[in-house]
Structures are given as C-alpha cells and as structure tokens.
Design a protein around this ligand. Sequence first.
Ligand code: ASP
Length: 439
Amino acid sequence: MKDLVVCKFGGSSVADAQQFQKIKTIVDSDKRRRIIVVSAPGKRHETETKLTDLFYSTYDLATKNLDFSEPWKLISDRYLEIVADLGVQSEVQKDLNLLQEQLKSQAQEITEDFLVSRGEFLCARIMAEFLNAEFVDAFPLIQFNNRYKVSDESYRNIAETINTDKITVIPGFYGANTKGEVKTFSRGGSDITGSILAKACDATLYENWTDVSGLLMANPNIVENPLPMTHVSYAEIRELAYSGASVLHDEAITPCRDKNIPISIKNTNKPADAGTLIIPQTDKYSHVITGVAGRKGFAMLHVEKFMMNKERGFGRRLMVILEELNLSWELAPAGIDSMSVILEQSHFEKVESEVLEKIQQQLNVDLIKVSKDIALIATVGHGMTNKIGVAATLFQAIAEAEINIRIIDQGSSEINIIIGVDHCDFENAINTIYRAFMR
Ligand code: ASP
C-alpha cells in the first residue's frame, strides 16, 4: 500500500468558492491527499436546488423542445460565480456555451446521463485548475459491463493512468457503458467513484468529506443529542445504512472492503473534528451498541399452514411467487407452522392481489394475513456479541414504554437485533432503545 489518501468532496463541499478554499486548505495540510474526487456543486442553503437536479430539469425541458433557460441560467451563474470568485482562468464559459448550443440544436442526440454528468465534469475541471493539479476524466476510465457493474478492467485502467505521485482531480458519479456513452451511477454515486479509486490505487485511506462530522449513534431528528460514532465496522455500517442511517452511498463500502481500506467520514466545515472511521473490524467498543437506526414503510405478509414444517419446499415456493412478481424480501421470520415475510410496502402494494391469489392457489395455506405500516428498527453493534442480557435490556425497555413488538429478528452474527413496530411507535421505540443502552 502507498501512503496515499483518496478524498471525495460532496456537493455541499463544492457549493461555492469559499468551500473550494476550504478544500485547498485540507488538501495542502496533508501530502498524502493526492486523489481528489468531486461531486457537482450542491445547495448553499436549504431553499436552493442542487446543480445535478437542475441538469435533470434542463434535459427534460430541452428534449421536450421547451424553454430551458431558467434552470440553465442557475447552472451557468453558479459555475461562473465560482470561477470569478476563485480568480481562475477557467474554460468553463466555453464548455457551457457549447453545451447550450447542443441543447438548442440537437438535444435529442445527447443523453440524459451525459448532460447530468457535466455537473461533476465542470466542477472537477475548475477544482484541478484551482489546486494546480492534473485533471483526469472518469470517462472512459470507469467502465460498466452490460450488467451495469463496474468492470475489473476499470481498476487496471485507473492504476495504469493515474500518476499517484501527483495531485489528480477526477469527477465523481459517472463512467462509460459498453456502447461508449456516459453512464452515471445512482444518485450520490460520487461516493462509489472515490471508493473505486481508493481500491484501484491501493490507497491507505479513503476520506469522504461532507457537511457533518461523521455518523451519529441515532437520528438527531428523533433522539436529542445522540453521541457520535468514532469507529464502526463495515458490517455494522451496512446494517445501519440499510436501516436508514445514511451519509455514504451503500455501494461505496464494497471496493474499499475488498482491500480493507478504512473509510473516514469527515466534515469539510470542521476538519479538526474526529469524524467516523469505518474499519474492517472494530474492537473499540465504547458502548454495547454502535448505533440504532430504523425505517418506516414495510408490510408483513403472514401465512399459516398446519404441518408446514414437514412440507418440503414450502418456503422456496413462497419466495418464488415473490420473485416472479419482482419483489425482494427484507426479513422472513418463521415459526413451526407459520412464516412471515417483510416487504417494502410501496412495492408490495403494486402486486398485492396477485401475490395473495398465487399463494392461495399454489400453497393451499390455512391463513394469509397482511399487516401494513410497519417500521423496522435495527439495534447494531459488535459489542453485543456474546454478551448476556442485551436482548433483555432492549425488550424490557420497550415493554416499559408500552410498545407492542410485531416482529423480532436476530441474525446469528449477533451484531444486530431487528424489531418491527407500528409506524405510530417508531420514534418512541428508537428513543427508548437509545436511552436503554446509553444511560
Ligand atoms: N451529483 C450527484 C447527485 O447529486 C452525485 C453525487 O453527488 O454523488 O446525486
């Protein structure tokens, strides 16, 4: 491994010239920070729109032959303001003019992904000039295969192309598809670009710079002043992110995890704050739990059949019915003669009647019941493993708060206990669990 840090700066970190200055200070303060990935400029304040969203609106209007001058002006003004305030001789005006011409005369010939990717492209060009660094385009370094997965070749391309002794700026969020066109990741995908670069260049550390000082142990909109998480493992972050805690795109963990590269979540506005370090395995448990997170919007499909446990293939056939209707399931707690499947309610509702009909026809069950508006809450932490009384603490606290538990699930890894509660009990349950372990 090289003494190299890949830094990804999110939309709020590149929202204006002042933020660019902060980035320069951060990069200059550590010589290991030599690969810089940027998002498109984000919001400067709550009421503003992210440039990525303005690019989407522009594309929509231009391809319908409608006037796109309003979002376009907001886009160009922002870039021009940044270059003027930074005092760089950027080519951005030329690039913007060219794009505007293309949108006016041949909008149908450019793809949405191409236009939207310009948000990151232009930002990276300005950043490279400002930092006096090399600019390397992500297209066609990062290549998607025909299943829209990043190809192994991309890693070789990156390792061969980037000179890791110099500071290089790369736009996040996109690469090339097999047809040689620009293809973007899903939203927030610059996080993935950074992780891919860290893996390809054998970085010592991947720093993800954002506008919060790392992850908190619970959602601050629900729990008052939750403590920050200093260390969290890849497995824990995966559980917590799934359950609603998010600062990082969930696909951004995998490339770094492949090479055990730690990921540090840092705050561009408060660089001295410790932030959160995501590492392969943590043995630094300051608390029994690492965090508690949850999500609303689940439905529970419950089936009962006498002697179910003796019927071979029952579970498989139930899952095949769901698969054929394009549903993926979240949890499947089972009893001897009953089985429940937890699904995303919005997806389930689209095919609800077909699901019920097929189950009745193919599985001949005694009872089918659907419960809706269920929230899942995951209490997560390696500190819970092999520790007696964790479940007792959790359930006792929930009982004392008079909350009815609809579902219980504990993975055999013992790093999580998931409970399902009614939507109306969601916030109370999260608060109760947090307080039970943190008092
Ligand atoms: N600009 C893109 C978005 O807003 C990608 C990113 O910021 O990571 O989703």
